[in-house]
Design a binder for this molecule. Structure first.
Ligand code: SAH
Ligand code: SF4
Length: 362
């Protein structure tokens, strides 16, 4: 290891060239990067992992993202939408298991019935044990008015991945069919921040045509947008999607995993106090993927609470991990897996982003 490399790992502000150098680290250099990111995380955020019980609300989607199995153009999906009672019983279960927060995710819909139903569900979830559950939403692009309604109903964190912060690459993975706009996506993130949401974004790693320059720019984008949370995960080719045709341009699973880990680690150096999700997609490409992501600097896990019979219909990408696990099995499995890497779950807490709460306090 050169002293210069060690120095970069300790710099508070990394420039593009330094980020690229870190993203290309292999062998001992990669180990040093991950070690440093873990050290920074433990110093700022301790060894706590926060949970969000994931409720996959429905797979009806208006969009046509070229990588995702839920895209409206995919006729091979049986579409579903959970009933109010199903959502509320998942939320009650999250509370009983001590998860502290739920995340409601679904395909994108903007019809008034959907908007009103989410608003009502957020209010109902907030009634559980006097508002003890934190609520994250991940329901795609919406109007200012909708974001405001859901925020006022009591949800307070929103995840909307930019998917790629390079406009040219964005349009290689989203069709120019009038339904997808890079500028609109950025405007949505700005709207969420303005309204007061803890705003999260992220990208997929290992997309066709994606280069190290794109990934370095993604990290700089997160910093520039000053987001409170980031979710990063490997891209997983789905056979029923148009992007599958380009699967030969996708790096092997081990490389996607390593690049995801380096992205998480470098971002932890750049933004030490944000929340970072160890995405389930990590576990699909590597059985230890989620734990590796935690050890590289992530601090949030989203265990699945969707009722068993719907899980296989929420088929964003193939071979999703833990599809068959029951929530109680999942909880003890996580406890054991995290203890093995020196981490512990913080039960019964919202687990907000420290970066955000510090700023809010001024
Ligand atoms: N409809 C919402 C939320 C559901 S999709 C939205 O798009 O924001 C949630 C995330 O799944 C997306 O942001 C995307 O990054 C990820 N995703 C979709 N298809 C994927 C694939 N094939 N491999 C890995 N992640 C994928
Ligand atoms: Fe729909 Fe989200 Fe999938 Fe795009 S990524 S097709 S918006 S569910």
């Amino acid at each position: 290891m050169t002293p210069a490399f060690e120095d970069i790992l300790r710099k508070p502000d990394l420039d593009r060239e330094e980020i690229k150098l870190l993203l290309s680290a292999e062998g001992d250099r990669m180990k040093a990067l991950l070690r440093r990111a873990l050290e920074v995380k433990l110093a700022r955020l301790d060894n706590c992992v926060h949970l969000r019980g994931l409720i996959e609300y429905g797979n009806v989607c208006e969009k046509d993202c070229l990588y995702c199995g839920l895209r409206s153009g995919n006729g091979n999906v049986e579409r579903y939408c959970l009933s109010d009672e199903e959502v509320l019983s998942c939320a009650r279960l999250a509370h009983e298991l001590g998860y502290g927060s739920v995340a409601l995710q679904s395909g994108e819909r903007s019809d008034p019935a959907f908007i009103a139903k989410i608003e009502r569900l957020v209010r109902e979830i907030k009634k559980i044990d006097g508002g003890s559950l934190g609520i994250t939403l991940s329901l795609g692009e919406q109007s200012d008015d909708t974001y405001r309604r859901w925020f006022e109903a009591g949800a307070h964190r929103y995840l909307l991945r930019i998917e790629s912060s390079t406009e040219e690459l964005y349009y290689k993975i989203h069709p120019r069919n009038g339904k997808h706009s890079f500028q609109k996506r950025i405007a949505c993130l700005e709207s969420l921040k303005r309204i007061g949401w803890q705003t999260g974004t992220g990208v997929m790693v290992g997309l066709p045509f994606q280069t190290q320059d794109h990934l370095a720019d993604d990290l700089l984008f997160f910093k520039r947008m000053d987001v409170a949370m980031v979710g990063l995960g490997p891209y997983i080719p789905h056979p029923d999607t148009p992007l599958y045709r380009l699967r030969d341009l996708v790096p092997p699973a081990a490389e996607r995993m390593d690049m995801t880990l380096r992205m998480i680690a470098v971002l932890r150096l750049m933004m030490p106090e944000i929340n970072m999700v160890a995405a389930t997609a990590n576990q699909t490409v590597d059985p230890q993927g989620r734990e590796k992501a935690i050890a590289a600097g992530a601090n949030v896990i989203m265990p699945n609470l969707t009722p068993g019979e719907y899980r296989e219909s929420y088929f964003i990408y193939p071979d999703k991990a833990c599809v068959k696990d029951r929530p109680d099995q999942c909880r003890s499995c996580l406890d054991i897996r995290l203890a093995a890497i020196g981490h512990r779950i913080q039960y019964n807490a919202w687990g907000d982003s420290l970066a955000f709460t510090k700023k809010a306090k001024g």
